[in-house]
Ligand binder design. Sequence first.
Ligand code: COS
Length: 385
Amino acid sequence: MIRDAETLTLLTDSVRRFVRERLVPAEERVAETDQIPEAIAAEMKAMGLYGMTIPEAYGGLALTMEEEVHVLFELCQTSPAFRSLLGTTVGIGSQGLVMDGTPEQKAAWLPRMATGEMVASFCLTEPEAGSDAAALRTRAVKDGEHYLLTGTKRYITNAPQAGVFTVMARTDPANLGAGGISAFMVDARSPGITLGKIDKKMGQRGAHTCDVIFDGCRVPAANLIGGIEGRGFKTAMKVLDKGRIHIAAVCVGVATRMLADALRYATERKQFGQAIAEFQLVQAMLADSRAELYAARCMVLDAARQRDDGKPIATEAACCKLFASEACGRIADRAVQIFGGAGYVSDSGIERFYRDVRLFRIYEGTTQIQQIVIARQMVRELQGH
Ligand code: COS
């Protein structure tokens, strides 16, 4: 749903300009230094981008899902690390609170997230619980007006910058399934939290992940999201449903950029006396990429609109994440192929994108998890559930 086309166009135009003038020229520096310049983060805050998904009452832009994906289509036509810097605050770090928090909890945290003053991260994954998220072991033991959290969370994006964590932990030790899990807002400065060393990754330099270790971390009972135990897994799943549409939109943005670069190269690079774009075998790679990109974009827009209409979108979100991330990987691969030798050396930038986009098929639910979500729902539908 687009509330006001003119306002949205102003926003997407300014994001497009920002990407072209500020982010694209900084890509190599970010890759070399593994840091996003402070000035760029400050500009993102000033544009209100950290508050994209936060309700207006708490100082955000309250974009609808359709508006959000349009912004992402633009914002992600550059190194994905830039999106990642605000991605957890806009997405998985804040949305549990937006969806299921009490008004008091929202008032306590959301305004600082909306300005970018407080970065939010999402702590679900653990060393022994990745795809099988319901098997998580982090415990939250009630102690008077507090809970004591103990356990290790792994690959937590933006943990080094985070001011607050949304943490899924087991409050009912007798229930080893999803129903024993609760979600908490945890101040990152709380005693009992230590961070592991920053992970060395295949790509996405400038975006940082590390372990977050809770050791008897004392969290006020008032920070239990929604004030009710046992709802944390469902909160996490709802957050991931939205997150999967978000990541699919990111894939569309990055794939748009890679294909544009590959097309430009194909029209400039000459072999056998003509531009390689004139050769049908190269044209096939360009055309397949364009068709897949179009399909991914249409899927993302459709799922976003359905979510805005209040329809259940778990299956559609999984379809989008599955298709868009796999298509993005294929487009990255073809782009390297079109660049040839130049695509394998780092100067072209396409080699960096190839490594960066590999993550999309893994995080926020692997391709195989999306397949499981989709197929299980198909069977349920057949059985009339
Ligand atoms: N929205 C709301 N509730 C949901 C839901 C959704 N999308 N998906 C599941 N639930 C509910 C179920 O209805 C069920 O509730 P009841 O017990 O009341 O019926 C409960 O959650 C447990 O669901 P289920 O039995 O399907 O859970 P499973 O343990 O079988 O696993 C998958 C479900 C595999 C889908 C889940 O573990 C998953 O998404 N894993 C991937 C995690 C992930 O994406 N990690 C990435 C890192 S986080 S960035």
